[in-house]
Write a protein that binds this ligand. Structure first.
Ligand SMILES: Nc1nc2c(ncn2[C@@H]2O[C@H](COP(=O)(O)OP(=O)(O)OP(=O)(O)O)[C@@H](O)[C@H]2O)c(=O)[nH]1
Length: 428
């Protein structure tokens, strides 16, 4: 139950995290990189003069804006231009620019102050040591786009994915096709240049700011995070479920084992109690309840004998009750050890015993009785006591057990009357 609550709480937590992560990704977690005269160093004006052209470019700052003054001059160079260039690698480790890959768009607040030309070229120069050389800027990739700032309100907002690698540069560098894709992770230079087909003349370009915007994390990163979170949670859930089931199983097995042991103990105890109920505590012989069961068994020939110690009262009187008890124990033991394993000895009461002999004919029972009688009288008893016993022997006929026992008892009585220490047979 506790575990189910825990799982429900974990599930709710996961849903909350997922919901919050999606919400943050779509509505918050925006990052920006704002470049303007107040925070940007290493800005310069470049023209085609650097490649045998004649155009002139200068840059000044006015009212917190850059002003690019450009004199396009005709020359043998076919693509005259001026540009504002921001250098990102100065003061950094060699070969290191800035990483713009987490941005998704760039907003450029720039315009021509005079008419005559209306397109601008936005360009990023990236350096990749896999195919470029730091000391040769021609090998830095040209990723850019030409746009018309005055065309509409939206036209200054350039999605970075709309930037393309300049075809002439790929041709010039003879690069494998796998490098013909835009890269933004190591931008060395940002350039804002006059557009293509510009005519000779003077141009003023005002640049207020350039702002990159993007998310701290890409959608794919957030998706990856959420999938990993759910998969990891599912794995943990599975692991703990299995562990819990395994624990439950071991506990159940242990309980079953405990119950089994308890059951065995109870069986032993039950047997013990049953034995106690059917046995005489002093001698260990069967009691009446125990011996009565014997008569329920279907036995073909069954003989029994009553054995009664002669003058037992005098033993108690002369030697004490404890000695009397010892004699009774010893007597029981002596008889048990000298009859068959299949015979049953019971203490019928006081100093009177009953020996039931299954599968024994009357003659054999008589012989046994005589042997026992002799053993008793010859036995070395405690305190040098002389002991004899009288026997009444009978074989079961067509009669009830009670009548049968009574017959043997009568024979015993006869043995006593005839002077004790003798065996009397009951004739049926
Ligand atoms: N020590 C002891 N004595 C017992 C026990 N049960 C019965 N007795 C005694 O056994 C004696 C039996 O005496 P009686 O019935 O007169 O028989 P007896 O003295 O053996 O005389 P006969 O049977 O006629 O030879 C009594 O004194 C009982 O107290 C017992 O468990 N322990």
């Amino acid at each position: 139950m506790e575990q189910r609550k825990l799982y429900s709480a974990a599930l709710v937590l996961l849903l909350i995290i997922t919901f919050v992560a999606i919400l943050l990704q779509f509505y918050l977690m925006e990052r920006t990189l704002l470049l303007h005269p107040g925070n940007t160093a290493n800005v310069s004006a470049i023209s085609d003069k650097s490649i045998n052209g004649k155009s002139e470019a200068t840059i000044t700052e006015k009212d917190g804006k850059w002003l690019l003054t450009c004199q396009i001059m005709p020359s043998q160079y076919s693509w005259p231009f001026c540009e504002l260039s921001i250098n990102f690698f100065k003061g950094k480790t060699i070969g290191q620019g800035i990483d713009l890959s987490s941005f998704s768009s760039v907003y450029i607040k720039a315009r021509y102050l005079n008419k005559g030309h209306d397109s601008l070229r936005f360009q990023l120069r990236t350096f990749n040591p896999e195919y470029g050389r730091f000391d040769n800027q021609d090998t830095w990739k040209y990723v850019g786009i030409e746009y018309w700032p005055e065309r509409s309100a939206e036209s200054n907002n350039l999605p970075l994915k709309s930037l393309q690698v300049a075809t002439w540069w790929i041709v010039e560098q003879k690069l494998p096709i796998k490098y013909a894709v835009p890269e933004f992770d190591n931008v060395m230079v940002l350039e804002l240049a006059t557009g293509n087909n510009i005519q000779p003349g003077q141009y003023l370009i005002e640049v207020e700011y350039i702002e990159f915007t993007g998310k701290y994390f890409t959608n794919s990163q957030v998706l990856f995070f959420l999938i990993s979170l759910w998969v990891t949670s599912a794995a943990c859930f599975l692991f703990y479920s299995l562990r819990w089931s395994y624990k439950q199983l071991s506990e159940t097995e242990k309980r079953a084992e405990d119950l089994k042991q308890l059951n065995q103990l109870l069986n032993v105890k039950t047997k013990e109690l049953k034995d106690q109920a059917e046995r005489d505590p002093l001698t260990g012989a069967l009691n009446r309840a125990g011996i009565e069961k014997i008569f329920t068994k279907e036995l073909e020939v069954l003989s029994l004998m009553f054995i009664d110690i002669d003058h037992f009262k005098s033993i108690n009187d002369n030697h004490g009750h404890a000695v009397g008890d010892d004699i009774l124990r010893e007597f029981s033991k002596l008889i048990s050890q000298n009859c068959r394993f299949t015979d049953f000895l019971a203490r019928w009461g006081g100093e009177e015993f009953l020996l039931v002999c299954p599968n024994t004919a009357l003659e054999d029972a008589y012989d046994l009785a005589q042997a026992l009688r002799k053993l008793i009288s010859d036995h070395q008893w405690a305190n040098n006591i002389r002991l004899t016993a009288s026997f009444g022997v009978a074989q079961q006929g067509n009669e009830s057990p009670t009548a049968f026992i009574e017959r043997a008892d009568k024979a015993l009585y006869d043995a006593k009357v005839r002077g004790r220490n003798q065996v009397v047979l009951s004739a049926h």
